[in-house]
Design a protein around this ligand. Structure first.
Ligand code: SF4
Ligand code: SF4
Length: 327
């Protein structure tokens, strides 16, 4: 029996691991339009894998949404235009591959499953940290107000979740070794560009109209710092939590108090950073939508964003989609 190829070893995996738009390259792995899917001159269309300029990938891309909102000029709704807008900031969500009619189902399924293990671990990590924070806050702040059974139950759940947290890196290694090592390689590689990134961010915060946001793609400096923090936070929380749970020190000893203090301060910092992470990933796009709608309302006295396109008010739409936003 032939050996099963390892993730990360094929050309397709190499494309899916890059921080660049994958849809055009994935299209080339597909069979393309065949003679049954074109109405005219089908004999010349056999095996045509070219871009149809349908713009589906442009509409599906979160980077385009953040940078330009809608691209409405027809000849800019192609995979080449997508590559121009996204540059090296691809987030490897593969929405463009899913949206493209020229990519075959087999290739879509492949891309869909490529980061499944990584995403499952990420979801598990997020849920575990959230539940740890909830149970930790309740037991530390409301212990005296709750019945004894509920407090004991929450303590047990908190400790069990702590064990899950310690086990998660092992699980990640077991189910997706390729992405596990990729993550560690990236978060431990720091250089001058990171310093430059910080300077650009400070300039952007000083004057967002003149200075664009620094690189926001995968493993940008802030994201690397966040991942590095999580990697360091896990053993610290595990050790302090275990020493307290195993009653290594008596609760009246200063050493116990110090452990508790470290545990709670790190937990608090993690919760705050988690909120920032959730804001950047999920809430920011809603903030941008509201901001845009308010600006439409102030200038046009209605809230209908689509109306700008219907009435051909492209100049205005373009003006405010390209303007740099403050967040
Ligand atoms: S961010 Fe997602 S949709 Fe945009 S180019 Fe990258 S993989 Fe495609
Ligand atoms: S989704 Fe449409 S525009 Fe994008 S690459 Fe595929 S065919 Fe081209």
């Amino acid at each position: 029996m032939p050996n099963k190829p390892q993730p990360g070893s094929s050309l397709r995996d190499l494309i899916l691991d890059l921080n660049q738009t994958p849809v055009a390259r994935m299209r080339l792995f597909s069979e393309g339009v065949n003679k049954n899917t074109r109405l005219f001159f089908y004999e010349t269309a056999v095996g045509d894998r070219a871009c149809l300029a349908c713009g589906n990938c442009v509409d599906a891309c979160p980077v385009v949404r953040d940078k330009q909102r809608f691209v409405f000029i027809q000849n800019q709704r192609t995979s080449m235009a997508l590559e121009n807008i996204v540059g090296l900031e691809c987030r490897r969500c593969y929405n463009c591959i899913q949206a493209c009619p020229q990519v075959t189902k087999e290739n879509k399924d492949y891309a869909n499953s490529y980061r499944r293990g990584e995403k499952a671990v990420h979801l598990l990590l997020a849920c575990t940290i959230f539940l740890l924070a909830a149970t930790g806050i309740i037991t530390s702040h409301y212990r005296n107000f709750l019945p004894l059974f509920e407090v004991s139950l929450l303590d047990v759940v908190h400790r069990a979740l702590g064990m899950v947290l310690i086990f998660l890196p092992v699980l990640y290694y077991m189910i997706d070794r390729h992405h596990f090592f990729r993550l560690f390689r990236k978060i431990f590689s720091w250089n001058r560009n990171d310093l430059k990134w910080v300077k650009e961010l400070i300039e952007h915060l000083r004057d967002h109209r003149k200075n664009p946001m620094p690189y926001t793609g995968e493993f940008n400096t802030a994201q690397k710092a966040w991942y590095l923090y999580v990697v360091c936070m896990l053993p610290l929380m595990a050790v302090t939590g275990m020493l307290m749970a195993l009653e290594f020190y008596d609760t009246t000893e200063p050493a116990y108090f110090n452990l508790l203090l470290i545990h709670m301060v790190v937990a608090l910092i993690t919760d705050l950073l988690l909120f920032v992470h959730i804001y950047i990933k999920y809430l920011r796009k809603w903030a941008i939508t509201v901001y845009d709608l308010v600006r439409v309302f102030i200038k046009r006295h209605h809230l209908n964003y689509a109306d700008l396109y219907e009435k051909g008010d492209y100049a205005f739409a373009r003006y405010f989609t390209l303007e740099k936003r403050p967040f």
